[in-house]
Design a protein around this ligand. Sequence first.
Ligand code: ZN
Length: 602
Amino acid sequence: MAYLQNWDNKIHYSDIEDAKIAADVELLNKDVALLADDTAVFTAHLDADNLPEWDAEIAIKLAEVFAKIDLISPRIHNLSVYVQSVATIDSGNVAAKKLISVTQNIGAAIGQAFAPVMVFLTRVSDGFIDELYKTEFIEPFKFKIDYGRKYKDQLLSVEQENLLTAMAQNGLQTWGNLYNELSASLTAEVNGQTYGLAKIYNMQSDTDRSIREQAWRGTQQAWSGRAETAAAIVNSINGWRIEERKKRSVITEYHYLDEAVRDSHVSRKTLDAMMSVTYKRRDIGHRALAGIQKHLKLDQLKPWDLSAPAPVSKAATYTYDEAIDLIAKCFSAFNPEMGAFVVMMAEKGWIDAEPTDTRRTGAYCTGFSEPREPRVFMTFEGTMTNVTTLAHELGHAWHNWVMRDMHDSQTQYPMTLAETASIFAENLVRDYLFSHAKDDDARLLIGWNDAEMATAMLNNIPARFDFERELVEARQTGFVPEPQLVELMQSAWGKWYGDSLSEYDPYFWATKLHFSISGMGFYNYPYLFGYLFSLGVYQQKDELGNRFNDLYTGLLRDTGSMTAEQVVMKHLQKDIEGEAFWDNSLDMVEAAINQFEALDSK
Ligand SMILES: [Zn+2]
């Protein structure tokens, strides 16, 4: 049958001109003002530095505030998702662009209005919290409150916090914006033609090696020509963070890695265990690279070969309907409900995948709050990579779907845990495709994917992590100039790639956006975590058989209300702060690389 390939979001608004949008904006603005009125009393308590104990009056006040939040949150969320979805499909839509900033402003206003309450609940006595936790309305917020209280010592006064947020807009964030503007304006040449860096980036996975090399060298040149600016950006962002952490370290030291693991809901011990096991077994990535080198028939492997496509003569293609049916079949073999869910997504118009000229690039999963419905975006052109991307996003959608009866605040999981469901879903499809592959090319395509993933995760991501650690350490004593940044990057690549590559990527600190994101540091290890963690969970599928299905759903449902350590201990009785869990996941990566090595080369 023919599935829908475009979103149907009419249950929310007829289109971007719908008068209901303006009406909703007005209503939201009114409600946010009322919320701010309600929370003023908490600001007053904090300002007076005189926090009350639990009593009936404050109980009523808190109940009111949380009831308002429950009312406002889904509405702003629905509106934001709607306008974003329009802008995704029609990237030049001016009305949608304007509305995005309107919804962002409302979101920021809600955050500011609600902030005093969260600060208040972080500061009050344990006795207060004990009483609060006896009320029903607070149940969905317990994890957030507990987690915030763990970092109580690092919290500044409301006034200082607000000052920092305000200053960051034209300080910290500007450096990130500058990077984005620069990267959008830089150009490079390939075969005598000038292109923007985004186009050039795609050429780094061209089948023609000379195009890949030109694209890589062009990117290096473009950025090394702006190295002073790029160095100023990473120095300023890290300088800001160091200063801010100093301010937050008055009571206890706030280490940069404490800050790095905080939003990921993992402990430093977990991070250490994962990184140290990965370092011991980084050779799995080197073996993947050696296999790639063999298939490409190269004497030496260079940085521009890292995204080379598999050398196959003819790759299988899929229609969109075939892809949906295939994914549904693979998911059903694991859990029939999960397969039926995919068909439902496609029948109801919850996936937008049709290639059009006006759409954005990339793929993502999002969802409305009321009713709780996921949406998937991608551009489907029939390749096997498209099929796995679609499976990946549908895995995220399934994660949202199994949480659809839960309170919004319990469904917000960190990046580390988000990728469990998606990579798990990818694996269901890849295992099927590999075991049903009709020829060597089909098997090589899967093996290639495994190999590139393995070296990206076991060599590249850790090199980024180590570089950033060294950068922060060096920045603590002063400005880190370009030559030192180059040196730090070379040594990080040396540590993780060894001689599996014959040259490294000295300007990676400039060419890679991730080091210049103002909103968060160490935007690297969560990828490795998601990858290894998901494999660890996937392995239990065969070990636990029938029991696994419910266990997996239970695990996914807890990702927004527990730390990663707690989730795994509860559902798998494993300790991710120890090395064994990670070793086990790496055994699976090794098995995939063994399989890749056994593939014949032509
Ligand atoms: Zn994902």
